[in-house]
Unconditional design. Structure first.
Length: 322
C-alpha cells in the first residue's frame, strides 16, 4: 500500500482542465508539460497522462524513481507502450468506457450523413442552390466493425438499433456473439470487405493492427461502400486510402483520426467532396472531462487502498483484456 496521499503528476499540453483540481483533495498534485516532466517525476507515485499524444514519458523515464501507476485519459495507449514501460512493473490503465457511446453516436451520425447526403445539402445551402436529390435508406444496409472491444460493441449496438445488419472483425472467427452475431478474423478482411456497405474501424493500434486496412482491403470494397475510421490513423494505409477515393474505388470516407495530426493543409482529403474530416473529436462530448476525472479518482482510491485498479492494460497486447 502506498501513502494515503500519493504524489500525482498530471502531464498536460499547457491547458489542464479545471476539473483536475478535484484530484488535489486526494493527492499531492503536480502539473507538468512535456518539457517539465523530467523535473516533476522524481518522487511521483502516479502519472495521469492527460496529454495522451505526448512522447515525453519515454525521455523522462529515468527520473521515474517511485512510479507505480500510469493512467491514460484515452482508450488507446499505443503512444505509451515504449519498451521500458512495457517491461517494467508499473501498472498502466486507460479510460475505457468513457468514450464508447459518444463514438458510437458519431459513427451513426456519419452513416446517416452519407445516406441522406447531408454533406452535399450543407454545401448547396452555403451556395444558395436548390437541388432536389434522392437519398438512401440505412435499414437493411450492412456494416463490418473492425475491433470487437467496448467501443466496437457500442457501435454495433447503435447501428443495429438503427436497422443495419452488423458483423465484427477481430483476432479470431466465432459465431453467436451477442452484439455482432458473426465475428470474422481480421486476417480475412480483404476477402470479406466486399460484402458490406460500411467498413468501420475501431480497433486498438498494436504492432499486429498497424496498417491493417491496406490497398488490398480497400480495393475489395464495393464502389458504393463508405469507410469510417474512429480508431487510430495508423491502422490505415492513408496514401492507399487517398488513392482509392481518388479512383472512386469506394464512395466516401468519414475520418476522425489520421496518421499525422493535425491533418496537413496540403492533404487532398480536405478537398474531397465525399470525405468527412473531423479533428480527433468523435468521443469528446459535453461533460467528458468530468467523466475522465471521475474514473481516475475511482482508480486513485483503489491505488491508495491497495485494491485492484479498473481498466488495467495488458502491456504486451496493448489493450485491456478483462
Amino acid at each position: 500500500m502506498v501513502n494515503t496521499r500519493p504524489t500525482v503528476v498530471v502531464l498536460h499540453d499547457g491547458d489542464a482542465p479545471d476539473e483536475m483540481a478535484r484530484i488535489a483533495e486526494h493527492a499531492e498534485l503536480r502539473y507538468a508539460t512535456g518539457d517539465e516532466l523530467p523535473d516533476a517525476l522524481p518522487g511521483t507515485d502516479a502519472l495521469f497522462v492527460w496529454a495522451f499524444r505526448s512522447q515525453a514519458i519515454a525521455d523522462a523515464w529515468p527520473q521515474a524513481d517511485k512510479l507505480r501507476w500510469i493512467h491514460a485519459a484515452s482508450a488507446g495507449v499505443d503512444r505509451l507502450l515504449f519498451p521500458q514501460l512495457r517491461d517494467s512493473p508499473v501498472q498502466l490503465t486507460n479510460s475505457r468506457g468513457v468514450f464508447d457511446q459518444p463514438i458510437a453516436e458519431y459513427v451513426l451520425a456519419t452513416v446517416l450523413t452519407f445516406a441522406k447526403d447531408m454533406h452535399t445539402t450543407l454545401r448547396l445551402q452555403d451556395a444558395k442552390q436548390w437541388k432536389h436529390r434522392v437519398t438512401e435508406r440505412i435499414e437493411g444496409k450492412t456494416a463490418l466493425v473492425v475491433g470487437t472491444g467496448p467501443i466496437g460493441r457500442a457501435i454495433a449496438r447503435q447501428l443495429t438499433a438503427a436497422g443495419l445488419r452488423v458483423a465484427g472483425a477481430g483476432r479470431t472467427t466465432r459465431t453467436g456473439d451477442p452484439d455482432f452475431g458473426d465475428i470474422h478474423a481480421s486476417d480475412d478482411l480483404a476477402r470479406i470487405a466486399g460484402d458490406f456497405d460500411y467498413l468501420v474501424v475501431a480497433a486498438p493500434l498494436t504492432p499486429q493492427t498497424h496498417g491493417l486496412i491496406n490497398a488490398e482491403v480497400l480495393s475489395a470494397m464495393r464502389p458504393s461502400a463508405r469507410f469510417i475510421n474512429v480508431g487510430r490513423g495508423e491502422l490505415v494505409d492513408q496514401p492507399a486510402l487517398v488513392t482509392a477515393l481518388q479512383q472512386q474505388q469506394l464512395a466516401g470516407a468519414a475520418l476522425d483520426v489520421f496518421d499525422t495530426e493535425p491533418l496537413p493543409q496540403d492533404s487532398p482529403l480536405w478537398e474531397m467532396p465525399h470525405v468527412l474530416v473531423s479533428p480527433h473529436m468523435s468521443g469528446d462530448t459535453l461533460g467528458w472531462t468530468d467523466e475522465l476525472v471521475d474514473l481516475f479518482l475511482t482508480n486513485l482510491r483503489a491505488f491508495t487502498g491497495g485494491t485492484d485498479l479498473r481498466n488495467v492494460v495488458d502491456k504486451q497486447r496493448g489493450y485491456v483484456t478483462a
